[in-house]
Design a protein around this ligand. Sequence first.
Ligand code: 3SL
Length: 238
Amino acid sequence: MEIFVYHTPELTPDQPLPDCAVVIDVLRATTTIATALKVGAEAVQVFSSLNDLLATSAAWPEEKRLRAGERGGAMVEGYDLGNSPLDCTPELMMGKRLFLSTTNGTRALQRVENCPQLITASLVNRGAAADYLVKNQPKTLWLLGSGWEGGYSLEDTVCAGAIAAYLTEKGVEFTKGNDEVTAALSLYRQWQDNLLGLFELASHGQRLLKLDRLDDLRYCATEDLIDILPKQVSPGVL
Ligand code: 3SL
């Protein structure tokens, strides 16, 4: 297996696509996606554009859909919910399709939606995502962070490092396709015992703290909490 880490959708090459891409947006889109599926959402359908989300979800029965929109960390007015994984309760989600648009995570997903295998990972489902890689051993693997509006984010890189560390623990041999893999592993090894502390340092962590979202940070910093593997079944649908 040859692994490449890309920090943002903008830094991700167009071609050639890898056998498998793992999209990471720890704060908070891919944590929310895993959690929604865990509590019984029928599927999560992602959109980078709010207008496209509204148009597609309008064709869905109202009682079977939820519209989640986030921009700048806050809920978009008129939507059912924002992007907090803590809002994903079984009562709300069971049997419904979550139509989701976020600032960066859904854009990252669209960037690699043509990959033959596309899964999402966050710290809460890191083990499930990494077990899929152990089992399937893709020849080329991209770990793709979502970043923030084109910039680097610590939380996505530490999750890429957590996945690479897990593969090492399981005895999977891989080559490092770029230096970012080494950097991600080092970041994870430095912070693995204090992931919340790292999130408090991170610029998006600080943005969410200003919005009073410490509980979200705590949840998103918890490793291997849920055994769910979000996998793309058709473009944009997990
Ligand atoms: O950028 C994103 O896609 C979001 O996950 C950002 S937020 O955590 O919902 O603010």
